[in-house]
Design a protein around this ligand. Structure first.
Ligand SMILES: Nc1ncnc2c1ncn2[C@@H]1O[C@H](COP(=O)(O)OP(=O)(O)O)[C@@H](O)[C@H]1O
Ligand SMILES: [Mg+2]
Length: 223
């Protein structure tokens, strides 16, 4: 479903630096894949490319056969909104909106269907936030905020969920719970999951673990 073909990425701030060197791999529908690697190894860079938030210097990134870099801006925006869900280290919830309103935000970009509220409530129940629908993010714990962000990422039923250090700001117990929740949702929502983390215990929950180091991507699990 997602295919990277000989992807290179360099940054040119002063001296050019190559972050990703000839990366090729495929993600199959329904799979869960972790990408691990030291800080600064280019994990976020790689994930942003997969989500069409940035463009490779060379190579192609295909989502269901469509080269993201060659899509017109409007079509790329539609793909990012409808087909891809993003979760970041910080939840980026809007403080003035309730939990339910935050979750419904991505549905406003297009003709909101009547089922959106029902789906939002059902997912929020599923992640244990049923009693918090009308609270503001500031009234939630860190784990609850991040679970809200997970539901927001899933509200448009994306086929691909991209998570960048989703447990990075959580304590050990909440990090463990969020990891288990992502694995559960990968199965129950049939959403393909690509997760970037430097936490190996989280990565080990995924079907496949790849390691990014010195611009190269190598398989860690299954070894
Ligand atoms: N927009 C940018 N311009 C220049 N350098 C960048 C930019 N974004 C990231 N980098 C550099 O690329 C390297 C990889 O960054 P990143 O992908 O964020 O790594 P990771 O997520 O693995 O910590 C870092 O050295 C970072 O400083
Ligand atoms: Mg990063």
């Amino acid at each position: 479903m997602l295919s990277l073909e000989a992807v290179y990425k360099s940054y040119h701030s002063g001296v050019p630096r190559e972050i990703l060197h000839n990366i090729s791999f495929q993600v199959n529908p329904g799979e869960s894949v972790a990408i691990v690697g030291p800080s600064g190894s280019g994990k976020s860079t790689l994930l942003n490319l997969m989500g069409g938030l940035d463009r490779p210097t060379m190579g192609r990134i295909l989502l269901d056969g469509r080269d993201l870099a060659s899509l017109p801006d409007e079509e790329l925006a539609r793909v990012r909104n409808r087909e891809i869900g993003f979760i970041f280290q910080l939840h980026h919830l809007l403080p003035q909106l309730s939990v339910l309103e935050n979750v419904l935000l991505p549905t406003l970009a297009f003709q909101a269907d009547e089922n959106a509220i029902a789906r939002a409530e059902s997912l929020l129940n599923k992640v244990g936030l049923g009693a918090h629908l009308h609270q503001r993010p500031a009234q939630l714990s860190g784990g609850e905020q991040q679970r809200t962000a997970v539901v927001r990422a899933l509200i448009n039923q994306p086929k691909l969920l991209l998570a960048d250090e989703p447990t990075g700001s959580l304590d050990a117990e909440n990090a463990e719970n969020l990891g288990n929740l992502l694995v559960e949702l990968n199965r129950s929502e049939k959403v393909t999951l690509v997760l970037v983390t430097h936490a190996l215990h989280l990565a080990e929950k995924m079907d496949r673990v790849l390691e990014l180091r010195n611009g190269l991507l190598n398989r860690r699990k299954p070894a």
